[in-house]
Design a binder for this molecule. Structure first.
Ligand code: MRU
Length: 391
């Protein structure tokens, strides 16, 4: 349990205040937490404002949660799941006594459609629905929705920490071979603290290696069109004093050919139980380049990202977002104002496929909370035997 307890106004029990690992301006934060003064409110970091402004936003209604996920105030696999858990809790507060279940199921459907590729979203919604289904009393259902949402967030933070411990062994081995010279790690998008509740998935081994005193340096793909790498990962690593260099999306192959990348670690938004991985658009090309250059390519994920029913990555629904994210770009202007400018001729048609699928055969392994495993169905199931084959 990572929360400490102080006074509560809602359930006449102690609300939970996070005690996190990651720091912003030397202060520790999780990416989501129940407001310690009012458990009917959930606090998030509005990631649209980063890296220029650090803004904490309060969510009080389930509709606000849908907007926050769909419009990417919060994003990233684990954090989408944790936010969905709290969204279900806020929905339970709003659900009428008569028709409680129908209201919750309808809201679950709307929430589930907000980011189609993210597996953690559906997983978290189902977890809350299952936890409250058998309870006869509405107050009990609301309490359980809250404790389940908190458990999802706690577990996400804990699993990412464990991913860090397992991934550390991979970095240690490379560092040993390099006789202590800095290990160069390339990452795509943001599978960092900001994409989870704490630690991150792809970044957890990096933070663990830093804590173990291993010299390292991170190549950060900018990750057009939303620029999660440029805006979030570079900032996040900077906050943690990890040496990093921002590169444009097309640079990785060149660096790999010149021996400047020792290891690639990325995250994933949905992974089939056969080991195919959907991650931010452009990941597949990095995996191809890594294979051509014999560079280990790992995907880090908590088990909540597995889709136990899907056996073919090509069946993963790929989110398509507005073409405006491609034809425009946002940043800070000379007056310090955050502004959006258009890059293209008016009327330019743009397609915005948000994710691509990297087949299991291109992966060196998956780093999970239970250990590192080959991206193969039998190996994955051996690590998670309780799941069994789901049809
Ligand atoms: O569209 P996003 O920002 O929600 O996409 C998620 C990601 O940041 C990446 O795909 C990430 O590498 C996997 S999420 C841990």
């Amino acid at each position: 349990m990572v929360y400490t307890l102080t006074t509560n106004r809602y359930f006449n029990q102690q609300p939970r205040v996070p005690v996190p690992y990651m720091k912003v301006n030397e202060k520790q934060y999780r990416t989501i937490w129940p407001d310690p003064k009012n458990n009917r409110q959930i606090c998030i970091i509005d990631q649209r404002q980063l890296p220029h402004e650090f803004v904490i936003e309060t969510l009080t209604t389930p509709e606000q949660v849908v907007t926050a996920i769909r419009d990417m105030h919060v994003r990233g696999a684990g954090l989408i799941g944790a936010t969905a858990g709290f969204g279900m809790f806020l929905a339970s507060l709003q659900a009428p006594e008569q028709g409680f279940t129908a209201y919750m199921e309808k809201f679950a459907e709307i929430l589930g459609d907000s980011r189609p590729t993210a597996r953690n979203l559906i997983w978290a919604i189902d977890r809350v629905l299952t936890a409250i289904a058998h309870l006869p009393d509405i107050t009990e259902k609301r309490k359980t929705a809250f404790t389940t949402a908190c458990a999802i967030a706690d577990e996400d933070a804990q699993f990412c920490k464990q991913i860090g411990e397992h991934g550390l062994e991979i970095i240690k081995e490379i560092s040993r071979k390099k006789q202590g010279a800095p290990v160069n790690i390339l990452t795509h998008c943001n599978a960092g603290w900001l994409a989870f509740v704490d630690h991150g998935s792809a970044t957890a081994p990096i933070y663990a290696a830093r804590d173990a005193g291993i010299p390292l340096h991170v190549w950060v793909d900018e990750t057009r069109p939303w620029n999660q790498g440029a805006r979030l990962t570079a900032w996040e690593l900077q906050q943690e004093n990890i040496a990093n260099t921002l590169i444009c999306d097309n640079c990785g192959g060149h660096l790999m050919q010149h021996g400047m990348v020792d290891l690639v670690i990325v995250g994933t938004d949905r992974t089939t139980h056969t080991g195919d991985v959907a991650n931010k658009i452009g990941t597949y090309l990095k995996a191809l380049a890594a294979r051509d250059n014999n560079i280990p390519f790992y995907v880090a994920l908590p088990s909540s990202t597995f889709d136990w029913k899907l056996d073919d990555g090509m069946k993963i629904p790929i989110e398509q977002r507005s073409g405006k994210e491609v034809t425009t770009i946002s940043g800070k202007d000379a007056n310090g104002e955050i502004t959006t400018v258009t890059l293209t001729a008016s009327g330019t048609e743009a397609a915005n496929y948000s994710f691509d699928v990297t087949p299991a055969r291109l992966l060196t392994g998956l780093i999970t909370e239970r250990g590192v495993v080959k991206a193969e169905m039998n190996e994955i199931h051996r690590l998670f035997p309780e799941v069994g084959l789901v049809t």
